[in-house]
Design a protein around this ligand. Structure first.
Ligand SMILES: [Fe+2]
Length: 156
């Protein structure tokens, strides 16, 4: 890979893999947490994630590439940490730890979508720029909601 267009395609496949892995992991996280508001936030984000996968399908279409993922070690590592917490922690530590784990995933996604949407712009792909900005805004909102939950409820 040596062009920005190739890097864009590769990173798009990276986030596609990430979103699918996250969609698979969220039900397990939802089942493990105790705070009902946190559970609700996770369930809501699962719905959002399913929508994001559909939006990514459209982004793939703008570059004429079949939607597929490439293994993302960063996401796998972050999700593995969350799974470790589910096994080892309980009570307040479990909820606070899982909330922090969710935010780590959000921060990864925010970083990726921020780069992707700027690359789309540079590549003259306005349509992809808009779709990716939409997802980025959702991730930022989800992260903000998690911060709010942490400081007002979970960490107390
Ligand atoms: Fe996402």
């Amino acid at each position: 890979m040596e062009t920005l267009a190739e890097l864009f395609e590769h990173t798009l496949k990276d986030v596609y893999y990430a979103e699918n892995a996250i969609a698979k992991a969220l039900p397990k996280v939802s089942k493990a947490v105790e705070n009902p508001d946190f559970k609700k936030a996770i369930d809501h984000h699962l719905e959002e994630t399913m929508g994001q996968i559909k939006t990514l399908d459209k982004v793939f279409k703008t570059i004429g590439v079949k939607p597929e993922g490439v293994k993302c070690d960063a996401t796998d590592g972050l999700l593995k940490e969350a799974e470790g917490l589910i096994e080892e922690a309980k009570g307040v530590a479990l909820d606070a730890g899982l909330l922090a784990a969710c935010q780590a995933v959000e921060h990864y996604e925010i970083a990726r979508y921020g780069s992707l949407r700027e690359w789309a712009k540079v590549l003259g792909n306005e349509e992809a720029h808009v779709f990716l900005s939409e997802i980025l805004d959702q991730e930022k909102a989800a992260n903000g909601k998690m911060t709010n939950l942490a400081v007002t409820a979970i960490n107390r």
